[in-house]
Design a protein around this ligand. Structure first.
Ligand code: APR
Ligand code: PHB
Length: 395
């Protein structure tokens, strides 16, 4: 088999890139280790920046998003139960985010794939990348048809944090930057109306809590928890009680309780691998970087990476120039690091750290109080929350 771009991984990065390339008439094949039900079933964050919404619209994949997505022009912060509102739209010249679950984005990307000529190989086992430092790369794997081989011009490594792509770059070339946080997020989904019209990020003495949603009838809530904690430790009643404590009495009065139908614990990590290109391989999305979920940048960064990679590849195939693909790593990393900074900062001002003494806690409280009283500080938060622009292609 032969193609122009072999894409490893059918998560948001791989599928958005596949749709972009299909639209530009560049041939690609996506190789995914799991099946569609698995990829679509993973519950992730649900806040789309304007650039992600614009990308889905540009791809004609936004009809359900435009119908069902909840446009939020603001967000809320809470300190020990006292809530204050940030009017992001007013602070950013009318920008907003759209609440629409990653699972819905994936469903829309997969549903449209056959009609758009997006080719996906499911259940591709033992994917191996070859010839990355030469002119003729290829990918091999096994599936129900046996041993397979795909020759290509370039490989897009969109296979997430645990994928093979980043691991195929020699250790002498790659640099890693990492922060592991000493806590996780315990998340639930429940078929109950959300407690607030917009999200609430709550810093409480007992730990962080987040009130989010998927629709007018479906809520998504999170609690900061210890890394050693188990799901069995958190029956629904305990979750609701703790959530109400951390959100404070005003919000607690509005929390509708109900049985959870999804419950999971995720650790928090900040991670960046540089460079994002080596020879014929480009990394995009979680394969190159991870952010803690505070601020919901993961999916949006995958989208901005592939916007830039796609522009570089189009330039290469249409005009034979390689400035865009040569500049891809630096261009993508400059946006990635700003999102890393924001996600780290937002995590650090809203969570309880085990080693935190009275001084650190007072600084957190002062920072939140400063944001509450300063439109200038709010503007910085809002600008990052709605999403920073994608830098233009290198001239
Ligand atoms: N071979 C083929 N496919 C693989 C391999 C492999 N060796 N390893 C991983 N994959 C697949 C995974 O099964 C997954 O479907 O690559 C895909 C990677 O998807 P994500 O982990 O979602 O990463 P990405 O597309 O970069 O999306 C980033 O989505 O899931 C969230 O938290 C994530 O918000 C972040 C965003
Ligand atoms: C979510 O709804 O899952 C969500 C929202 C905002 C975040 C993280 C997750 O910052």
């Amino acid at each position: 088999m032969k193609t122009q771009i072999a894409i490893v991984g059918a998560g948001p990065a791989g599928m958005l890139l596949a749709h972009l390339l299909a639209r530009s008439g560049i041939d690609a094949v996506v190789l995914e280790r799991r099946d569609r039900a698995y990829v679509e079933g993973r519950v992730r964050a649900g806040v789309l920046e304007q650039i992600t919404v614009d990308l889905l619209r540009r791809l004609d994949l936004a009809s359900r998003l435009d119908r069902e997505g909840l446009v939020h022009g603001g967000t809320n912060l809470a300190l020990d139960g006292e809530i204050f509102h940030i009017d992001m739209s007013a602070l950013t010249g009318g920008q907003a985010v759209t609440v629409y679950g990653q699972q819905e984005v994936m469903k829309d990307l997969f549903d449209a794939a056959p009609a758009r000529g997006v080719k996906i190989v499911w259940n591709a086992e033992d994917v191996v990348l070859h010839g990355l430092d030469g002119g003729t790369p290829c990918v091999t794997w096994k599936d129900q048809e046996g041993a397979r081989r795909l020759e290509c011009d370039f490989i897009a490594g969109c296979d997430g944090f645990h994928g093979v792509s980043r691991a195929s770059i020699p250790a002498s070339v790659l640099r890693h930057y990492e922060r592991i946080y000493p806590f996780g997020w315990l998340g639930i989904l429940a078929e109950v109306p959300p407690a607030a019209h917009e999200l609430v990020y709550a810093n409480h003495e007992r730990g962080f809590a987040l009130a989010s949603m998927r629709s007018a009838t479906r809520s998504r809530y999170y609690l900061q928890c210890g890394l050693e904690e188990k799901l069995e430790d958190w029956p629904d009643e305990r979750f609701w009680d703790e959530l109400c404590l951390r959100l404070g009495p005003a919000m607690a009065a509005k929390v509708a309780r109900g049985p959870s139908f999804e419950k999971s614990i995720a650790p928090l990590r900040s991670f960046v691998a540089e460079p994002m290109r080596w020879g014929r391989l480009f990394l995009a999305g979680d394969a190159a970087h991870i952010v803690p979920p505070t601020g919901a940048k993961g999916l949006n960064l995958a989208a901005s990476d592939v916007i830039m990679l796609h522009e570089g590849l189009v330039e290469f195939y249409k005009s034979g120039q390689s400035k865009g693909i040569d500049g891809y790593s630096a261009r993508a990393l400059s946006r990635v690091w700003k999102a890393e900074r924001f996600s780290w900062w937002f995590t650090s001002i809203t969570h309880r750290f085990p080693e935190m003494d009275g001084f650190s806690r007072k600084l957190q409280m002062a920072e939140l109080d400063y944001i509450k009283g300063s439109p200038t500080a709010q503007r910085g938060l809002a600008e990052n929350y709605v999403g920073l622009p994608v830098a233009p292609m290198p001239a």
